[in-house]
Design a protein around this ligand. Sequence first.
Ligand code: NAD
Length: 269
Amino acid sequence: MTENSLDGKPLHGKRAIVTGSTSGIGAGIARVLAEAGCQLTLNGFGERDLIEEMRDELARNSGAEIAYYQADVSDEIQFSALVADMEARLGGVDILVNNAGVQHVAPVEDFASERWDAMIAVNLTAAFYGIRAALPGMKRRNWGRIINIASAHGLVASPNKSGYVAAKHGLIGLTKVVALENAMTGVTCNAVCPGWVRTPLVERQLEARASREGVTVDAAAHSLLAEKHPNMAFIEASDIGALIVWLCGDAARSVTGAALSMDGGWTAQ
Ligand code: NAD
C-alpha cells in the first residue's frame, strides 16, 4: 500500500498512460491499473466501438476516470500531444507504461528495411518520445514511474527476430540510462521482460508455427512452451499488471534501472 491508498486502492488518484492498451498485454495492464485506482488514458489502434466499450466498462467497474487518446506513439508530435492532453485535462502524468509494440519474423537477409524501421520506431523510439515528454512534469512533482514493456527478447535472442530483439535490447539500455539520470529524484524507470503471453501478436506466430509443423495451434503452443518456458505455462497479462502496481508503490522506490523477468524460467536457462 502507498501513502495515497484510499478505499483499498493503492494507486488512488495517480494519473497513468498505457500505450498500446487496446489489445493484449496493454489491455490487461490497463484493467489492473484502473482497479488499483488510476485515472487512465488508453491508447492504441482498433475498432472505435470496441475501444469505447472497453473504456466504458473500465470506468464503470473502477469508478476512475478513463479516457482514450488515439496517437501513433512512433510519431513524436502525436505522442507529445497525448502527454500534453493528459497534462491539460488532469494536471500531469504520474505513471507512463510504454507497452505498444509490433513484431515481424524473417531471417535477417530477408528483413525488409521498412519492417526494421517500424520495429525500432514502435518498440524503441516511441518509448524515448514518451519519456522525454512526460519526464519534466514528473521531476517537477518529484514523483514518477516509467515502466517499459521489453521482453525476454530484451535479454536473449531467437532466430528471425532481428528487429524486435535489437529494439528490445535497446529499450533495456534506454531504461538504465533514464534510471541513472533520475536516480536522485522520486522518478524510477524499469523494464518488465515477459515471456510468452497469448495475445493477438502471439496467436499469429502460433498459427504460423502450426502450419510450419503441420499440427494444430494447441500443439504448436505446447511445443513452443516446451522450447522456451520451463514451467510449461503462458504468462497472464494480469500478472504483469500486478507487477506494475507493485513497481508503482512505495516498496519499490529503490527499484530503478532493473529489467524484471516474468518468463516461467526462460532466461534462467
Ligand atoms: P498486441 O498486438 O496484442 O497489442 C499491441 C498494442 O499496441 C495494440 O493495442 C496496438 O494497437 C498497439 N500499437 C501498435 N503500434 C502502435 C503505435 N504505433 N502507436 C500506438 N499503439 C500501437 O501485442 P501484445 O502481445 O499485447 O504486446 C504488447 C507489448 O508486450 C509489446 O511491446 C510486445 O513486444 C510486448 N511483449 C509481448 C509478449 C507476448 O508474448 N505477447 C512477450 C513479451 C513482450
